[in-house]
Design a protein around this ligand. Structure first.
Ligand code: SF4
Length: 315
């Protein structure tokens, strides 16, 4: 990892869209990152852009500790996009296990096919081209451009938005995503390209490990100036709803999908009915939504199967 060596990019002010905001002290942040960053496997030099893309898709909405073992399996099993493209949708869904939000797995499978067929089995480096890939949105495209190709692009996830809201704007919470997030974060990046890429990783790391949503550990924070602390830590006016999982449609979908993942082929409806008995209406809704999302399918004789295993050609 290169050392931060450029002239001090300190805590002055920077203008974005005509609005003056505080800078983040890049020198202090980069030094901290180099000394304390977690040794995550997808951050190592030998990891390919495809493997970084897989990690980014998995890490959306799923914690590192759950992603890491699955990611390692996937890297060994599907080291390049064409390897995944030759696997079936059902194989990918089974390997996804319980990471949650399994549509991500289907989109990644589709993405692998496009990369294998249209991009010489490589992940493109250009943000606009990345944005055209299945399942790749604004965050993922820039994360790949930055972390795999070292580009100077703003990478804005929930953690980054929270750190910027506090350190730069003096607000306890980031609020809703806005079109200003990208230009504001871009304006904070150091000019030197290699420092900018590391700065993006460091900002994200700070939000994930120190400036956390519930309990920011300001005593461990490397930033010498923070607008939120300077303002006396004003409390958030946003009323947070805690997301429950127990009893939700999401949980019902997960149970039904578990049945099909554990089966070696199509199953009868009764197997699904007994997997979720607490609310038959909810079960029907969950089943319909899985069919609509293309995660499961029905065979000609009315059995249910994982995508691609129902005897119909994969779409
Ligand atoms: S001082 Fe505290 S609130 Fe400010 S950026 Fe650091 S951890 Fe977050």
């Amino acid at each position: 990892m290169p050392k931060p060596s450029a002239a001090h990019e300190g805590a002055g002010q920077v203008r974005t869209d005509g609005v003056a905001v505080n800078r983040v002290d890049a020198e202090a942040l980069l030094r901290w990152y180099q000394e304390t960053a977690r040794d995550l496997p997808w951050r190592r030099a030998e990891v390919s852009a495809w493997q970084i893309l897989m990690s980014e898709i998995m890490l959306q909405q799923t914690p590192v500790v759950r992603v890491e073992p699955i990611w390692r399996e996937w890297v060994a099993r599907w080291p390049v996009p064409s390897a995944m493209a030759t696997s079936s949708q059902a194989e990918v869904l089974r390997a996804w296990g319980k990471l949650g939000y399994p549509r991500r797995a289907l989109r990644l499978h589709e993405c692998a096919r496009v990369l294998a067929e249209q991009h010489d089995d490589e992940v493109p480096a250009d943000v606009e081209v990345l944005l055209g890939l299945p399942g790749v949105g604004a965050y993922t495209a820039r994360a790949v451009a930055c972390f795999a190709y070292g580009q100077r692009v703003p990478v804005v996830d929930t953690n980054v938005r929270r750190v910027v809201a506090r350190a730069v704007h003096g607000r306890a919470e980031a609020g809703n995503p806005s079109s200003r997030d990208l230009p504001e974060t871009e304006a904070l990046l150091p000019r030197q390209i290699d420092r900018a890429a590391m700065f993006s990783a460091a900002l994200m790391e700070l939000g994930a490990t120190v400036c956390t949503a519930r309990t920011p550990d300001c005593a461990r924070c490397p930033l010498p100036k923070c607008a939120w602390v300077a303002a006396g830590r004003p409390v958030s006016e946003v009323v947070k709803r805690t997301q429950k999982y127990e009893g939700t449609d999401r949980q019902a979908r997960g149970r039904l999908l578990d049945v099909l993942r554990d089966a070696s082929g199509p199953v009868e409806r009764i197997r699904l009915d007994i997997a979720w008995t607490r609310d038959p209406g909810q079960r029907d809704r969950a089943l319909d939504s899985l069919l609509i999302d293309g995660l499961i399918e029905q065979t000609a004789d009315g059995l249910f199967a994982l995508a691609g295993e129902g005897g119909q050609p994969e779409g």
